[in-house]
Design a protein around this ligand. Structure first.
Ligand SMILES: [Zn+2]
Length: 230
């Protein structure tokens, strides 16, 4: 009986040590991304950026809206999706938009070692290069999670990390509130992040962000802003 509880104590201490170690790992991993959160400009320009594509349902709709409004945007694509939907990736590029790297498999990279991070970035750049004959020099970290190692790899590869000013993450807002929020906070150089897949939708009306895109563009245009890509 005594032996068993002794073992139990050892196991408990071991688990606590594992837990403490994982906490310290998280603490060191949670590092700010070295990034551009706004375009440094005083001109009335806005950058639309789209994450997590290409998506076979959503991306063609986005491209249609952008084409109709004569707008160039930036797409941070996921390598494995680019491979799966290569014709859509080619369409994005053919329509004059900028393509950025959003990793190969959309895993969090802040707790990964240098070689894993490099593989995720290099593989995606290679796929994009093969499909478009052009290689991205901009990156956005999946889940927006950075580490010192990731920042160093990006520096080494001469790739810039692009952040955002406002994103569609807040699922508790209505889509109309998101538009209002952006319009009320419009500033030169603002970078807007919109997701290309259906999983990010507004809490109240469950509409993926793409369905507010046309309305958002019109509201921004009415205030004399132009759209730029990276
Ligand atoms: Zn993402």
């Amino acid at each position: 009986m005594y032996r068993m509880s002794g073992n139990f104590l050892k196991i408990l201490i071991f688990l606590l040590l594992v837990y403490a170690f994982s906490l310290s790992k998280i603490a060191t991993a949670a590092l700010k991304c070295e990034e551009i959160k706004k375009i440094p400009t005083t001109s009335k320009v806005i950058a639309l950026t789209f994450d997590d594509g290409p998506d076979p349902d959503i991306t063609p709709r986005i491209l249609e809206i952008l084409y109709k409004n004569n707008i160039k945007a930036t797409f941070f694509v996921v390598g494995e999706k680019a491979l799966l939907h290569s014709s859509i990736l080619k369409d994005i590029y053919a329509q004059g938009h900028t393509i950025g790297n959003h990793s190969f498999s959309h895993i969090a990279l802040d707790d990964k070692d240098k070689s894993t991070i490099k593989k995720e970035i290099l593989l995606t750049n290679l796929i994009i290069k093969i499909l478009t004959n052009s290689e991205p020099n901009i990156f956005r970290a999946p889940y927006y999670r950075c580490s010192k190692t990731l920042n160093n790899v990006l520096k080494e590869m001469k790739i810039k990390h692009i952040g955002y000013t406002y994103a569609d993450f807040n699922k508790k807002t209505k889509s109309s509130d998101f538009i209002k929020f952006i319009i009320n906070n419009l500033t030169p150089g603002m970078i807007i992040l919109i997701h290309e897949h259906k999983n990010i939708s507004f809490g109240y009306d469950k509409r993926p962000t793409v369905f507010i895109l046309e309305e958002l563009i019109q509201e921004i245009k009415q205030r004399g802003y132009e759209f730029v890509s990276f």
